[in-house]
Design a protein around this ligand. Sequence first.
Ligand code: MTE
Length: 335
Amino acid sequence: MLIKRKSGIEIPSSEITSESLYKTRRQFIRGAGAIAAGSIMAACRPERVPPESAAAPTAAPATGGETVAESEVVQVASAQTDELGDPWNSFEDITSYNNYYEFTTDKEGVKGLSQNFKTDPWSIEVTGMVNNPGTFGMEDLLSKYDQEERVYRLRCVEAWSMVIPWQGFQLSKLLKEVDPTSNAKYVRFETLADPEQMPGLSSPWYNWPYVEGLTVEEAMHDLTLMATGIYGQSLLPQNGAPVRLVVPWKYGFKSIKSIVKIELTDEQPTSLWMAAAPNEYGFYSNVNPDVPHPRWSQASERRIGEFSRRETLKFNGYEEQVAHLYDGLDLRENF
Ligand code: MTE
C-alpha cells in the first residue's frame, strides 16, 4: 500500500490534463518532498525492490518550466508502482474498461454511455444506527477530510486486475463523525438508481439499486477508502463519480460506485450480487485463490496490459493488514 497525504500533492486539478503530466509533476513534487513524505511512506515501504523496467519513468520537463533532475526521478521511481513493484495501469486502461451495470454490461461501452451522468449536486445520506445521522454534500466531504493518495490493486471476480492510483478519504472518518451505536454491526451502501440517466436499469436481471455491504470492522479499517479521484483528477462517471467505495482486499464488485446512501444496521445486508446468484456470491467476497468461483478458478488473474497470467494473492496481497478481521471464520463457508 502506498499512502500519501494531500499536502504532498497539492496540484490544482485544472493543471492536470494527462497521465504523463500527472506522473511528471508527481515525480518532481515527490523528489522535492521526499524527506517530508518519509515518515508516511516508512510504514508501508515496499518489501520487494521494484523491477527496473517497471519503474523507469521518463525525465520529461514538468509544466511551469521545472525540469525533473535525473537523481530526483531515480529517487521517486518506485512511486509509479504499487508496493509489490507492479506498475500503475494507464489512465486510459482505468477509464475505458469498466464494470458499471447501471449503464451497460459492455465494459467498453460504459465510458460513452455515462459521459453525461450528472454528478453535481451530489450528497450522501448517512442513516440507521448512528447517533448523528446526516446528509453530506460532496463539497463537505472534499473539504472536511484530507484527500489522500492510495495506490491499490483492484481484482475483479472475473479474474482481471489493475493497479490504480486513487485519491480519497478513509471511510472511518465519516463513520466516526456519524458515531455508530453499539448495536450497529454492518454498513449497507446504495448506488443512485436513476432510469433517466442509467439505461442499464431496464435490465430485469438485477434487483436495483446496486447494494453492497461490509461489517463495521471492515468499514472502519484503514485501507477502506471513499475514492473521489484517479491520477489526480476527479473521478469520471465510468469509475463511479463523484464518490465510490474501494475495498482492495475484496473482489471489485464490493467497491460500489456513485454512492447516495450509507446505512448502519444490525442485519447483514443482501448485496445485489448475493440476491442475483446466492450460490456464487457471498457477503464477504474476500479475494481468495483457494476458493474457486463455481464457474471458474480464482487461482490466477490477468493484469490488464499484460499477456501472461499471474498468481492471485490471498486477500489480494493485503493479508498482513486484514487477515485478523477474519480470525475464527471459515473462509470457505464465508466466501
Ligand atoms: N458499482 C455499481 N454501482 N455498479 C456496478 O456495476 N461494478 C463493480 C464495482 N462497482 C459495479 C460497481 C465491479 S464488478 C467492479 S470489478 C468494479 O466496480 C469496477 O470498477 P472500475 O470500473 O472503476 O474498474
